[in-house]
Design a protein around this ligand. Structure first.
Ligand SMILES: CC(C)(COP(=O)(O)OP(=O)(O)OC[C@H]1O[C@@H](n2cnc3c(N)ncnc32)[C@H](O)[C@@H]1OP(=O)(O)O)[C@@H](O)C(=O)NCCC(=O)NCCS
Length: 152
């Protein structure tokens, strides 16, 4: 974390949803709904990790871990907390946990136009392996990015 700021990371609970949705709605034109987040909290393969500065929510990361594969579904940082290492700290946390559980590969989709997120994932060793045309509802393509633990 930049400037050695103190932070904590913990799994989300239902009572965190208002804070999560507040960030989600500021981050995406088509944000996830409350129901969708509720389903993630109930899903045994899903984890929603939250990063806090004190009691202030800085960002979150939703991922699935299945049979050695980590899928990053959603990572978002409060606009007020950007470029302070929030997303990087969340990815590091999830990678550390998943590697201990035998992660062989991690993958995610990212908008072709989201150069900031692509730069973030590249720093962790994710490589673009293919393009999914018109993947998003507004017609934008998605890049599929993959991290291979054996090469990481
Ligand atoms: C993408 C996003 C999650 C990054 O969160 P963040 O907490 O600001 O990222 P970090 O501070 O951890 O960044 C770590 C590194 O990633 C890269 N990076 C992150 N955001 C970047 C940007 N906008 N432009 C260029 N590089 C960027 C940089 O290398 C950065 O290190 P640096 O600040 O020392 O240069 C955030 O901008 C966001 O929530 N965007 C809206 C939601 C979104 O697009 N999510 C990703 C969906 S695939």
């Amino acid at each position: 974390m930049q400037n050695g700021e103190n932070y904590t990371i913990r799994p989300a609970e239902i009572s965190d949803l208002d804070g999560i949705l507040s960030i989600e709605n500021q981050c995406y034109p088509n944000p996830w709904s409350r129901t969708l987040f509720e389903k993630e909290l109930e899903n045994p393969v899903s984890t929603v990790n939250l990063l806090f500065f004190g009691d202030r929510l800085g960002g979150y990361l939703c991922s699935w871990f299945i049979c050695g594969e980590l899928q990053i579904l959603n990572v978002a940082t409060s606009p007020a907390c950007r470029r302070r290492g929030v997303a990087a700290a969340l990815i590091s946390h999830v990678f550390e946990r998943s590697l201990k559980q035998g992660m062989e590969e991690a993958f995610l989709e990212v908008r072709v136009g989201n150069l900031g997120a692509q730069a973030l994932y590249s720093r962790f060793g994710f490589k673009t392996v293919s393009c999914r045309e018109k993947y998003y509802s507004d017609g934008e393509d998605a890049l599929l990015m993959v991290f291979e633990a054996s090469k990481g």
